[in-house]
Design a protein around this ligand. Structure first.
Ligand code: NCD
Length: 334
């Protein structure tokens, strides 16, 4: 257990108070906390750039990743982040666990918790699963994506990536394009970017927008989550300071919502012609995994204005900042 840890140094940023034990959604973070986690992530990025980075700030701690859905970058970056901070990280894929023998979610997490773990990083296809788990275990629970509901660390790394590029986010316009209805990234990004003062322009097939959303002002129903829905992708990206493409969440779509994926690319895909409507130099982001050629053309996905790889690097250092904060909140931070 992480109990008597060495003191880590934090050289910048406002003090983080552990007002919530878990990271279940980005709603629970203030703009100042988002900023402080970002500053710490930047410090980790600098440390990693100048030397092979290894810290022992979570030494003695054990972190389990429990993924009930596929993942490459999120799971690997959490594992890498935990190890870089000195923790023991154990990965459990639900497909190879006793879940396959019929063990319930509750009994699975109670079993893991009984091992005396410090943190459980959870990805689950059902919205609210990490919240349910957090009510039953002693470990810190970090949501690594629950259904179409939330993906807080993705939102944190997306904010950091755009802030790196634009400097000040206040008043910037972000175009969020695609499957808003099923995307937990869209939901968490809207909450986080709005907290940071970003204006959000939305476009996507009407069947893939949240119920009741029509062109004009809309919101997630949470104060401060106002967005503007546009009828066409051209209207949404015009003068945008950045574009975020979203993956078509085919695994979450009921049939009939999208008659033809090629038609999707023709009407909603981001390509050079559409990018040219945005502000000069506006970058393109995508949380990955990309359906290249569908949501975004290959030349743009790998072009000079793509921030996709920056998002991946920031995913690692942001998860280091998150693990450091949430897994060792009682440590003295100088
Ligand atoms: C996202 C996810 O799983 O929600 N991927 C990720 O974590 N980088 C986005 C997606 O699957 O489309």
């Amino acid at each position: 257990m992480i109990a008597n840890l060495v003191t880590a140094t934090r050289s910048s940023g406002a003090p983080l108070t552990a007002d919530s034990k878990h990271l279940l959604d980005v709603d629970s973070l203030s703009p100042e906390q988002i900023q402080t986690l970002g500053s710490r992530a930047i410090e980790f990025r600098q440390l990693r750039a100048s030397q092979p980075f290894k810290s022992d700030s979570l030494r003695g701690g054990s972190i389990y990743t429990l993924f009930f859905e596929n993942s490459t970058r999120t799971r690997v970056s959490f594992e890498h982040a935990g190890k870089a901070l000195g923790a023991d990280v154990i990965n459990i894929a639900a497909s190879t666990s006793s879940v396959n023998k019929g063990e319930s979610l509750l009994n699975t997490v109670l079993t893991l918790d009984a091992m005396g773990i410090d943190a459980l990083i959870v990805r689950h296809p059902h919205s609210g699963a990490p919240h349910f788990i957090a009510r039953h275990v002693n470990a810190v629970v970090i949501n690594a994506g629950d259904g179409a509901h939330g993906h807080p660390t993705q939102a944190l790394l997306d904010v950091l990536t755009l802030q790196d590029h634009l400097g000040n986010l206040k008043g910037a316009k972000l175009a969020l394009i695609g499957d808003i209805l099923h995307s937990r990234v869209a939901r968490s990004d809207i909450i986080a970017f709005r907290k940071m003062g970003v204006e959000i322009a939305i476009a996507g097939p009407p069947t893939l927008l949240p119920e009741g959303w029509t062109p004009g002002p809309n919101s997630l129903g949470i104060p401060g989550t106002e967005v503007t829905v546009h009828e066409t992708v051209e209207d949404a990206v015009r003068d945008a300071d950045a574009i975020m493409c979203l993956r078509l969440q085919l695994e979450r779509q009921t049939s009939g919502l999208l008659p033809d994926v090629n038609e999707y690319s023709r009407v909603w895909g981001i390509n050079a012609e559409r990018l040219a409507l945005a502000s000069p130099g506006a970058p393109v982001m995508h949380p990955g995994p990309m359906n290249e050629g569908l949501e975004v053309s290959t030349d743009i996905a790998h072009g000079d204005l793509s921030l996709v790889e920056n998002q991946v690097e920031n995913g690692l250092v942001m998860r280091m900042a998150v693990l450091e904060h949430f897994c060792a909140p009682t440590r003295e931070i100088a």
